[in-house]
Ligand binder design. Structure first.
Ligand code: R7I
Ligand code: MG
Ligand code: MG
Length: 307
């Protein structure tokens, strides 16, 4: 089945909306007070954060090169960096080093010796999944390349792979048993596979899991292993319900709300399309829709039966 352009636009709009709606609730009192001051555009639209900015940067490089060129991506990330987008502390330091001329592999190991395990790689996977929607192995390989520019830790990379896999399935139709199987196979570190197994059991829908259980057992933090499966669970649970219900549930987690919202929003939008997201205000809606349209037009060509 070929995904529709509406699903591409739904994916990027869902990501930006989850990010922008979640951002005022991220972090502690200081972060929230700051976002109260800088969280709106001049036209009073909710601003998005690093999650959406870095996703647009990934999309830009894919549109230019039809692949992840890591040197170019590092340059693009560094060029777009602005403190007011609320970047993760390690990523902010890395991008400032790259801006001053340090090559990205060196900047990366300067900040975290073993590589960051933050969720900053997972949150920007959606455009890679949109572009390589019909070649699973290529999708995994390019996702890892996009992640590794700032996040070398295996857990950050597995988190990025997990989000790409779920978006791949959201676009193609919903073969959930195969999705959960591949998630466990490709994200095999114990912390991921345990949480994925739990989310799979919960997602059968036979009981509504309380938010406290979700936070305690799947997590709500900035580490990839404490937020990626949480987002996948929320998106799966609310897939046939409204975007607003899903975001309200995610806001109730507290913690890294913008990023859990961005990842879940991208999955939800890729499955459900953009129609019901049109009326919700967000910064730069037209730009997001245009980028999604370009990704759709320039993505890998669809396989044609008989060729
Ligand atoms: O992963 P990253 O880009 O952060 C993204 C988050 C999202 O919530 C965004 O919305 C934004 O708010 O930030 O940024 P990093 O700084 O690389 O990782 C995030 C956090 O994970 C770090 O600040 C650390 O607290 C933790 N962390 C680590 N701690 C110890 N050792 C990540 N890697 C390590 C590590 O190796
Ligand atoms: Mg953010
Ligand atoms: Mg965040």
């Amino acid at each position: 089945m070929n995904a529709a352009v509406d699903q591409y636009q739904g994916c990027l709009l869902g990501l930006a909306l989850g990010d922008a709606i979640g951002a005022p609730f991220e972090g502690g009192p200081v972060e929230r007070a700051l976002w109260h001051v800088i969280g709106k555009t001049r036209n009073h639209l909710p601003r998005w954060t690093d999650d959406t900015q870095m996703s647009l940067d990934v999309a830009q490089v894919l549109l230019e090169h039809q692949a992840i060129d890591q040197d170019r991506l590092a340059e693009q990330f560094a060029g777009s960096y602005a403190w007011s987008r609320g970047y993760g502390p390690g990523t902010a330091r890395q991008l400032k080093l790259v801006k001053r001329g340090t090559h990205w592999p060196e900047a990366r190991s300067t900040v975290f010796k073993d590589g960051s395990f933050g969720n900053g790689a997972a949150m920007r996977s959606p455009p890679v999944a949109l572009f390589f929607y019909n070649d699973f192995e290529r999708l995994i390989a390019e996702t890892k390349k996009a992640a590794a520019v700032t996040h070398a830790h295996p857990l950050a990379i597995q988190g990025a792979v997990a989000i790409s896999i779920v978006i791949y399935f959201a676009l193609q139709g919903r073969n959930y048993p195969e999705m959960w199987r591949l998630l466990k196979e490709r994200c095999a570190s114990p912390v991921f596979s345990t949480k994925i197994g739990l989310a799979e059991r919960w997602a059968d829908g036979s009981s509504e899991i309380a938010k406290g259980e979700v936070v305690k057992l799947l997590g709500n933090g900035m580490a990839a292993q404490d937020s990626v499966v949480t987002a996948i669970y929320a998106a799966t649970r609310f897939m046939s319900r409204s975007f607003g219900e899903m975001i309200s549930f995610i806001i109730s987690f507290k913690g890294d709300v913008d990023t859990i919202g961005a990842m879940a929003g991208a999955i939800w939008g890729a499955a459900n399309g953009s129609a019901t997201l049109e009326g919700i205000p967000v910064e730069a809606r037209d730009q997001l829709k245009w980028v999604a349209m370009e990704l759709y037009k320039k993505r890998l060509p669809p396989f044609i039966c008989g060729q």
